[in-house]
Design a binder for this molecule. Sequence first.
Ligand SMILES: [Zn+2]
Length: 467
Amino acid sequence: MMRWYCFSLCLTLFVSAGHARQDKSDLQAVAAISQITEGRVTATISFLASDELAGRATASPEFDIAAAYVASRFRGAGLVGGADGSFYHETSKRMVQIPSAPFTITNADNGSIQHFGLLACSSEPFKYSGELIALDLSADLPTAGLSGVVGGVYQGDAKGPRLISQVLRIAGKLSEAGAKMLLLGVAPDSELIQLAQQSRDKPRPESPQNRFAIPVLLVPASSLDSKSLRLEVPATHALDKPMRNVIGMLAGTDPELSKEAILFSAHLDHLGVRTGVGDVIYNGADDDASGVTAVVTLADAFGAMPRPKRTLLFMAFWGEESGLLGSKQFVTNPSWPLEKIVANINIEMIGRPEPGANGKIWMTGWQESNLGSLMNSASILRGTEIFEHPSFSSRLYRASDNWSFAEKGVIAHSFSAGSLHADYHQPDDEWERLEIPHMTRVIQGLFYASQPLVQGTATPISSKKAK
Ligand SMILES: [Zn+2]
């Protein structure tokens, strides 16, 4: 009730102020907002985050289904494809998989040495017969003089991505010092063993986050007692797979301003399925089916109003969870000139408000440009605040696809309306746990907030340029 009261009040103010042109586009925006409904938001997100889409892992068949769905929604909203007319911005990506064939390693007497499987192997097979060099991995590692296979126990207590990056760093340093392989001693319940299993089960996009400099075999600490060993490590399986960003466009009407674009984006991929029992599907409802739902419903709303003056681009990326790969692919080979992207409004995790922040939006990298305050001045009139989050705004500026664009000099930020809740990157990130009325308000807020941008009455500037 309050919202509609506010809309009509603001309209009255605009009319009485005599901004005739502003009134017209404002009225059109009010009419188009009827496209962004709780029903439509529910329909979209309950499909994208369904178990049937199996966590939308990059390179999975379910990701391709999700991409086809987003393309179909773009068509339905009246969008056309990108520069070449296609709704897909494609590339071929090298996928790697650890061979799943049984793997044996023996000591000098041909006695079998126990292990938990390979965490990483190289693009070439590796054969070795010789001494095992024992090292304390928690001490300073040698910078030269190693050759052959090194063994040591993992001493840290890191979890998740930090754990992987620590092992990557150790493997990298050992490789620089001349080592050819690492036997890493771990506990039988180590998270690394589960990760090794997943790497055997399915191909993963090759990225800096999974490119180990040398093969890594996980072993119980007791296996490191062996003085010598004999082994043959197979090469990784590699295959090239087409990867798709989904892209749709609404061409602007102004002869000059239409050469400039506002880009709305979100990442379509999530973490897929884990091994084990119980709920194994990472549905990624908030992260980031909520952002993709915003992108497609914004396309619906913009498609339902007369064409704005600037061109609008709508994108859904692959590979964000693997290191912003899809957006990096786009900025490396853009189908729209990057210097003609006026702003990238990337949308991340808008489904679960923080206490007291219902319907409010925060922007990452607030200090980097005036985009947040510019958009807030348009949305606050409608009762939606866009603000600088005291801890997340700077911390998460480089954590999503906006960063790929910002690195290239585009004014690019992520817009979020939640927190890093307990279900973040867990199988319980289900759509039933989202607050749909809040999320709908946020999408409507973003729609209003971007009106001055799409109509060309406002242009953000970067803080660097302003100085
Ligand atoms: Zn995300």
